[in-house]
Ligand binder design. Structure first.
Ligand SMILES: Nc1ncnc2c1ncn2[C@@H]1O[C@H](COP(=O)(O)OP(=O)(O)OP(=O)(O)O)[C@@H](O)[C@H]1O
Ligand SMILES: [Mg+2]
Length: 332
């Protein structure tokens, strides 16, 4: 993709055009003052012409900047040029998007699926606590960075409903296939539960190897999201049954029946208790192997429940021996 680079955007020097998303043009830039790379998004004028979007976006960007959550990509600055142009500078994530990785090789191992879902849901739980809804959860907005950390991009992004009608365009179909039923019905009725539905779709895509709602047209995709039930028969036998049931709950058509993002984080955290706490080296290895279309060989070992039981048994035995010894000393 070639696009003429502006000389400067605010105080930043553009070095590369990264793409054109729902909000507008995206540039990789150099911040000379701190000698670091940043990403700058220039909003399309139709977005800020409608006023209310900028108001909400500004309020949410301020809260996100304060949250300082390790998964949430940090906004650095939001400003308006004298020309009226709004721009947002944010942290540059050096890594690969989950979209790229899944296109190379679908179905990551179960531990990697749980690590991704845990990180996403805990970041969302934190944002939801402060009244912020993501609105655009999809693999293209999730990255695995160079340290093996899961990162979530593009909070609060709005698609301009007046200007950017959803079309049969490939990219639009990609975005549409992660929407919740209520989001399709009326984009203004989005609640935190809509983000949970989108995470449920990502959970299915990770475990099944494809998005079960994605159709060959926008109409088919929307109809699937509104009507289709994801049967437990679709999942491999290696996926725990209670995980399948939990994901089906996340995909309830009625938003009130879905768990909250915090419950989702708790669920995956519980299911990961037998794995090492820090899975980043393994995630990094998996991401690199996936990019090279190779098998992942460096995988985390699970602590066995048996070991835990024998530790418990050891404690009980120790206590009994001490009591017998104390009694023996008392009598002899
Ligand atoms: N903070 C960032 N760090 C690294 N790359 C980024 C960052 N933000 C965006 N990009 C990259 O820039 C490109 C355009 O991003 P953009 O978010 O505008 O589009 P999108 O993700 O396809 O759609 P959407 O607007 O719905 O999020 C993508 O390739 C994306 O991976
Ligand atoms: Mg994006």
């Amino acid at each position: 993709m070639s696009e003429a680079l502006p000389k400067k955007i605010g105080v930043y020097k553009p070095t590369q055009f990264l793409g054109h998303g729902a909000m507008g043009n995206v540039y990789l830039c150099h911040d000379e003052s701190l000698n670091r790379m940043v990403v700058v998004k220039q909003m399309v004028p139709s977005l800020y012409d409608h006023g209310t979007f900028v108001e909400r976006f500004e309020r949410e960007a301020k809260i996100l900047a304060k949250l300082n959550h390790p998964v949430i990509v940090q906004p650095y600055a939001l400003w308006q040029e004298t020309s009226g142009q709004y721009s947002l500078a944010m942290e540059f994530v050096y890594g690969k998007s989950l979209r790229v990785l899944l296109d190379k090789k679908p179905k990551p191992p179960l531990w990697a699926v749980m690590e991704i879902l845990y990180n996403l849901s805990s970041a969302l739980a934190e944002a939801h606590r402060y009244g912020i809804i993501h609105r655009d959860i999809k693999p293209a907005n999730i990255m695995i960075d160079k340290n093996g950390r899961v990162r979530l991009l593009d909070f609060g992004v709005a698609h301009d409903e007046n200007d950017q009608e959803l079309t049969e365009d490939f990219a639009q179909l990609g975005t549409a296939s992660y929407m919740s039923p209520e989001q399709i019905h009326d984009s203004k009725s989005i609640t935190p539960a809509s983000d949970v539905f989108s995470i449920g779709i990502i959970a299915c895509e990770l475990l099944l190897g494809q998005n079960p709602f994605r159709g060959t047209s926008l109409a088919e995709t929307f109809s699937n999201i509104q009507k289709k039930k994801v049967s437990s028969k679709f999942f491999d036998a290696s996926v725990p049954k209670e995980m399948v049931i939990f994901i089906q709950k996340m995909l309830s058509k009625d938003p009130k029946k879905r768990p909250m993002a915090n419950d989702v984080a708790e669920f995956f955290s519980m299911n990961m208790r037998r794995y090492p706490r820090d899975l980043r080296p393994y995630i990094l290895e998996w991401a690199n192997a996936t990019l090279n279309e190779a098998e992942t060989t460096f995988t985390p070992a699970m602590y066995s429940e048996k070991k835990k039981l024998s530790f418990k048994a050891g404690l009980i035995t120790g206590a009994v021996v001490s009591i017998i010894a104390a009694i023996a000393i008392h009598f002899f």
